[in-house]
Design a protein around this ligand. Structure first.
Ligand SMILES: [Zn+2]
Length: 394
């Protein structure tokens, strides 16, 4: 009787000792982890994990977790917890996850960062998994940079460490007054300052340019600062022009604004109070300014026509369209750049083109001769704030 009992005990305790040893090591590691926890935002509960795997989600989350060695029940429990909070099938490589395992292969925690939220899953005492959703820690900083162009704006700014998203914003701010493809010259100078928010991995999550300037041989000096949703120059005028440069991406201008033109279909001379932009049928046509649609329909030689009424007495018309954009009808408000229709050759027309006309208080106007027209103005204290921000530029 005695011998089998000893054997039984031995069987029970033989694997026990290493477990106690590991537990002691884990306790030590846990103490070390607690000491570390004060510094690390990514600290994990229980003990210091022996293996941590962290990467972007490629393919499905399930496939990723499978490659980490998690069995089907564990993957199911994780997916079940995440369901309802987010769609685990709709993850992208920029959504990163981290799995931590203990020395003996037990999952200590799983965390997934998506859209600035950390979905943190960990086992509770008793083995149930628990989910907590924590906002990702964001740091903000104020940054300034300036430089001189020797090849392109993009290269010059990148060389000074300006993030791509900030470069694009910079180009947008001046897009009504500077053509960065054709008007940039070596020796032109740029400067800007911006605030940016970054996640703990150092990735830029948002940015806002506070002030920016461009001094070019071709463009002259342009500067602006952010105020209440838009950028204004030293005079307090918005950098955004009231009009787009053109209502579409066109191949060429086939007819200019003139008081005497030989009409190719009617075969006699008459005024052409518009601009004909040659472009393939189906090319999207945009409203050149904010406004309200005042007419859509067939109008004689114009074919399918859209008329938009704008502020300050302006009106624009878009003729020979193949069709109207969805939802475009009388009374509809449109933003600058909104697609209102598509190029066609309806009405009196020899080929696909857009007949574009502008009237000011009912009088025809040559669109190409309209000088830059600011879309808004700030005065008084607001203008002072804008000037002060521009003055602070490096
Ligand atoms: Zn025309």
């Amino acid at each position: 009787m005695l011998i089998p009992r000893i054997r039984f005990d031995m069987e029970r305790f033989r694997p026990g000792w290493p477990v106690y040893g590991l537990a002691a090591a884990a306790l030590l590691a846990g103490t070390l982890w607690l000491a570390d926890a004060c510094y690390s935002p990514e600290a994990l509960p229980y003990s210091r994990p022996v293996s941590v795997s962290s990467r972007g989600v490629r393919g499905t989350l399930d496939a990723a977790l499978k490659s980490e060695g998690l069995d089907a029940p564990a993957r199911y429990r994780i997916a079940k917890l995440l369901y309802g909070k987010l769609d685990p099938r709709r993850l992208r490589p920029e959504d990163s996850y981290t799995v931590a395992f203990s020395t003996w292969g037990k999952m200590l925690s799983f965390s997934l960062v998506k859209d600035l939220k950390n979905y943190f899953i960990f086992p509770e005492r008793g083995g149930n998994l628990r989910l907590s959703v924590i906002p990702v820690w964001i740091s903000t900083a104020s940054v300034a940079a300036s430089g001189e162009i020797s090849s392109s704006l993009w290269e010059s700014m990148s060389a000074k460490g300006v993030p791509p998203a900030v470069i694009l914003d910079y180009a947008d701010i001046f897009s009504w007054s500077v053509d960065f493809l054709t008007e940039v010259r070596d020796g032109d100078r740029w400067s800007l300052n911006w605030t940016q928010a970054s996640d703990p991995a150092g990735r830029l999550v948002s940015q806002r340019i506070k002030a920016a300037a461009y001094k070019g041989a071709e463009t002259g000096h342009k500067a602006g600062a952010f105020y209440s949703g838009a950028y204004y120059d030293e005079k307090g005028e918005s950098l955004r022009s009231m009009f787009l440069r053109a209502p579409l991406h066109y191949r060429r201008i086939s007819s200019y604004f003139t008081n005497r033109r030989y009409h190719p279909v009617l075969k006699y001379y008459r005024p052409h109070h518009g601009i004909d932009y040659a472009a393939p049928t189906g090319t999207p046509v945009s409203a050149v300014a904010d406004g309200t649609v005042s007419f859509t329909g067939w109008k004689g030689g114009n074919g399918k026509l859209v008329i938009v009424r704008h502020s300050l007495g302006y009106e624009t018309t878009y003729g020979h369209l193949s069709r109207y954009a969805k939802g475009i009808k009388k009374g509809r408000r449109v933003k600058q750049g909104a697609v209102i229709g598509y190029v066609g050759t309806t009405g009196l027309s020899t080929g696909p083109h857009l007949d574009f006309r502008v009237k000011l208080n009912g009088k025809p106007l040559d669109f190409l001769k309209i000088k830059y027209r600011s879309s808004g103005v700030v005065k008084g204290k607001a203008r002072e704030a804008v000037r002060a921000a521009i003055k602070k530029l490096p």
